[in-house]
Design a protein around this ligand. Structure first.
Ligand code: GDP
Length: 367
């Protein structure tokens, strides 16, 4: 049993392979050709290992010019929103990944202050999408909406702190929250187990909606069903991040070296890193669909409720590409028809003019 579990969640190939090359199975080929757009937000107290984890997840250095502020600067600083976009290509599949970091979260003395810019950012992306979608040029709308939010929980607290709960409650109807326990190497296996249970109980008691992995279809592959079951039972994912590659028994592994041994990021016996990455990669499309169908629709509904004008969207992301292409073809045909009508009218007018000119010339002659 332990063996099969390990096989399912070992790093799929050699180091340097993230695994999003299987995205074509999830999305229409055309969108793959254009590139797949995904936005991940990471939120949590500073120092919990957010940047390290993101770099480990996508094997890139998303923060090359990062400056860590001093404690004094942190007190003054409000939360900042840093969006970094990278294009990663794997076997011809392009992923345009935007990672939205929120440095300064939890640093300010009044933690509720730091929610505001984050909520504003999420809403701004909805608004932008809404405007683009109701506009004329809908062929290449960039989807910058936040599709997923990894919320980092401090491993040393005894469960969620009041500001964790307050933040999740403030955004759970706007974004797919995936809770993660940071720096899981600082906890024993039993502590991880207890903390996970505690967090899930608190989430339940406080009525927080976190992202729930979709149920499998009954005719789904048995391996896939098993994988989904294991991913579901790993929530909240207990993760470890590291940007160093260490040699262990002549194997090169991403890990953290301690006097007593090495913790391996990609070893499923050590933490849930691979499970978190598998969840993200295999559910990118579902995360986008939930964003579109639930969170974005919520946003639109709220605008309507407030009496703000909302144009009817002319086609949504859930439409298939062929639906969208048909709509565009119809529009093009309509434009062509109008151009033909215009040309016909112009021709008729110049014909009339010519006749009138001919008449007046004839009159000149008779006079
Ligand atoms: P951020 O402020 O949340 O982005 O945190 P950083 O990624 O900058 O990490 C802060 C510190 O924690 C750095 O010294 C990292 O090396 C260390 N760190 C990152 N991930 C882990 C982890 O999983 N376990 C442990 N023990 N330390 C970590």
């Amino acid at each position: 049993m332990a063996d099969s579990r390990q096989r399912q969640f070992t790093n799929p190939e050699q180091p340097g392979y993230v695994g999003f090359a299987n995205l074509p199975n999830q999305v229409h080929r055309k969108s793959v050709k254009r590139g797949f757009e995904f936005t991940l937000m990471v939120v949590g107290e500073s120092g919990l290992g957010k940047s390290t984890l993101v770099n480990s997840l996508f094997l890139t250095d998303l923060y090359p010019d990062r400056v860590i502020p001093s404690a004094l600067e942190k007190i003054k600083q409000t939360v900042r929103i840093d969006a970094s976009t990278v294009e990663i290509e794997e076997r011809g599949v392009k992923l345009r990944l935007t990672v939205v970091d929120t440095p300064g979260f939890g640093d300010s003395l009044n933690s509720a202050d730091c929610f505001i810019p984050i909520i504003q950012y999420i809403d701004d992306q909805f608004e932008r999408f809404l405007n683009d979608e109701s506009g004329l040029n809908r062929r290449h709308i960039t989807d910058n909406r936040v599709h997923c939010c990894f919320y980092f929980v401090n491993p040393s607290g005894h469960g969620l702190k009041p500001h964790d709960i307050a933040f999740m409650r403030a955004v759970h109807h706007k974004v797919n929250i995936v809770p993660v326990i940071a720096k899981a190497d600082t906890l024993t296996k039993q502590e991880v187990f207890n903390l996970k249970r505690k967090i899930l109980d608190q989430i339940d008691e406080c009525g927080i909606n976190i992202y729930s992995l979709p149920d499998c279809e009954s005719d789904e592959d048995e391996d896939f069903k098993e994988q989904s079951k294991q991913l579901r039972s790993a929530v909240p994912f207990a993760v470890i991040g590291a940007n160093t590659v260490i040699e262990v028994k002549s194997r090169k592994v991403r890990g953290r070296m301690y006097p007593w041994g090495v913790v391996e990021v990609e070893n499923p016996e050590h933490c849930d890193f691979i499970k978190l990455r598998t969840m993200l990669i295999t559910h990118m499309q579902d995360l986008q669909e939930v964003t579109q169908e639930i969170h974005y629709e919520n946003y639109r509904a709220q605008k309507i409720e407030k009496g703000e004008p909302v144009k009817k969207p002319r086609g949504t992301l859930t439409q298939t590409d062929s639906d969208r292409e048909k709509e565009l073809r119809d529009k093009d045909a309509e434009i062509q028809r109008m151009q033909q009508m215009l040309a016909k009218m112009q021709a008729e007018m110049s014909q009339q003019k010519a006749v009138q000119n001919g008449d007046s010339k004839a009159q000149d002659v008779t006079v």
